[in-house]
Design a protein around this ligand. Structure first.
Ligand code: BG6
Length: 511
């Protein structure tokens, strides 16, 4: 096959990925067109994708390879970020292959085997295959079993085989354990990459850099200096077109055991002995295991749930959750959750971590607020003590990516009066913007065999272990006051009360 020489748009930072074929189950879905294809193209443009690379899409619809390629090209025009190099795209699209079939039909896997043998030969991919399961979660275990039955999960010294599994990984502790067992019967843990797309975000990875590449933070990163931590994942969107899925999941399952647990474990973990995958994940897992399990009483006093009603977000009128497509008109599913948790270890004993996430809030903003203790006594008589805000370090995860530190400063004038100021740092001011979907790093890591940013079996189970008592109590005591917050507000009033009881307040960012 003739090959066009490609001039990379961006200089390469990092190692070129191994030659391989990426097989995408659920190829016709949203994730493929919005994230996976643009991410692979971005990797190619940064010269991080091997030249010996190919994609095999698997989905139900019968389509010829030519039809698939034109559809992928059309979609890409819509979702590409940054400028597109047409020569590079031509090179890329020639590597896209397709088979159709049901995921639970043995014939699909026989066809996949034949196609992979041919694609591997044509593109020189050294027999390295990874399977991305962008399907409904019901198929995860079955697909991996079937791949194993036809020998496609079998590794030897000359090639590797891996599988990337999307969330949700189970819908409670028992189902997550059962899925882990099913997978581990036919594959080894080192072949399984459980993805959490939050770990693909630069600023989430930057929590590690901030904490461990700077000498000044570590000595004060503990209970002696830190009063409490707030982790907020606020969204303005509602359930969009996912009412059918979401109504069975709810905010707790959708966001807490995965994304929020990643943020808490990176914020609270001990320094790892190296950046080797298991060294980092061991420390994260220890935090998840150290989170105090809730008793039933704790669930009642330390967790808050809410569901949005009608309201206005960004000047636009919004429907109530119960009026969204695919949602029953009497749904009791929560779209908001707030929790207070404690971490039982020497570093954090007695320091509350407040977590919240919700849909249809006034701002889209994910951040971690580290609030430090107040200065021990106040010398400044002209500034009432209650007006003095303690120092806060805010890690802004999205949409703005940056760090800000709030501290007190003298306001100009003859009197010794204090005001508060913020010192802000934005990543884009220093590093510019590289086109990114958030999936580039994760796909590249899988292609080089680095599992640091993926979840191990024990971590997924530990996340579920934390939320399971909440699921049980909430199921036994269905909410009676839903909807309990209008769209466009910061959630139910009980959430503010959860903080006020401790003499604290949420810090809200509208942008
Ligand atoms: C997904 C959840 O995992 O994360 C969605 O299922 C949520 O409900 C999304 O909206 C948030 O991701 P991001 O990257 O937009 O913060």
């Amino acid at each position: 096959m003739a090959q066009t020489e490609v001039v990379p748009a961006k200089p390469r930072v990092g190692r070129v990925a191994d030659p391989c074929v990426m097989v995408i189950f659920g190829f016709s879905g949203d994730l493929t067109r919005r994230k996976l294809i643009p991410a692979l193209y971005n990797l190619a443009s940064q010269q991080l994708l091997s030249r010996e690379f190919a994609i095999v899409g698997v989905a139900r619809n019968p389509m010829s390879e030519d039809e698939v390629r034109s559809k992928v090209t059309e979609d890409f025009k819509q979702f590409a970020s940054g400028t597109v190099d047409s020569d590079l795209w031509d090179w890329f699209i020639r590597r896209v292959h397709y088979i159709n079939g049901d995921f639970d039909d043995a014939a699909t896997y026989a066809r996949l085997q034949d196609t992979l043998a041919k694609v591997d030969h044509d593109h020189g991919t050294h027999g390295n295959f990874f399977f991305y399961l962008a399907t409904s979660p019901n198929y995860f275990g079955d697909i991996v079993e079937r791949l194993s039955t036809v020998g496609l999960m079998k590794e030897d010294n000359s090639h590797w085989r891996r599988v990337i599994i999307e969330k949700p990984f189970g819908h409670d502790l028992d189902s997550a354990k059962a899925l882990n067992q099913q997978l581990l019967r036919v594959a080894d843990e080192h072949q399984i990459y459980r993805i959490d797309h939050y770990l693909g975000k630069e600023t989430v990875q930057n929590i590690l850099a901030l904490r461990f590449a700077n000498g000044i933070f570590e000595p004060i990163w503990n209970r002696r200096y830190i009063d409490h931590v707030q982790i907020s994942v606020a969204e303005t969107v509602g359930v969009e077109k996912r009412g059918g899925y979401y109504d069975h999941a709810g905010a707790l399952r959708d966001m807490v055991p995965n994304h929020i647990m990643q943020l808490i474990s990176l914020t609270a973990m001990e320094p790892p002995i190296s950046f080797e995958a298991n060294a980092v994940r061991d420390e994260q897992a220890k935090i998840l295991h150290a989170i105090q399990p809730y008793s039933s009483e704790d669930v009642l006093s330390k967790t808050i749930r809410g569901q949005y009603g009608e309201g206005t977000v960004d000047g636009e009128r919004m429907l109530a959750y119960r009026s969204e497509d695919g949602v029953p008109h009497d749904s009791r599913t929560e779209t908001y959750v707030a929790m207070r948790v404690l971490i039982d270890n020497w570093r954090w004993a007695g320091v509350p971590f407040y977590l919240r996430t919700g849909k249809r809030l006034p701002g889209r903003n994910t951040h971690v607020v580290i609030q430090f203790r107040r200065a021990p006594f106040m010398l400044f008589r002209d500034t009432p003590v209650e007006n003095m805000m303690p120092n806060q370090l805010v890690l802004h995860i999205q949409p703005e990516e940056g760090i800000s530190l709030r501290f007190a400063a003298k306001t100009p004038g003859p009197a010794m009066q204090l005001g508060e100021v913020n010192m802000d740092f934005e990543y884009s001011d220093y590093f510019g913007q590289t086109p990114s979907t958030g999936y580039e790093r994760l796909l590249h890591d899988c292609m080089i065999g680095d599992a640091t940013l993926f979840q191990r079996a024990d971590m997924v189970e530990a996340g579920w272990n934390i939320v399971n008592p909440v699921l049980d109590v909430w199921k036994a005591l269905p909410p009676r006051n839903f909807p309990n917050y209008p769209s466009g507000t910061w959630g139910p009033k009980e959430s503010e009360e959860l903080m006020e009881r401790d003499g604290r307040h949420w810090r809200n960012f509208e942008k």
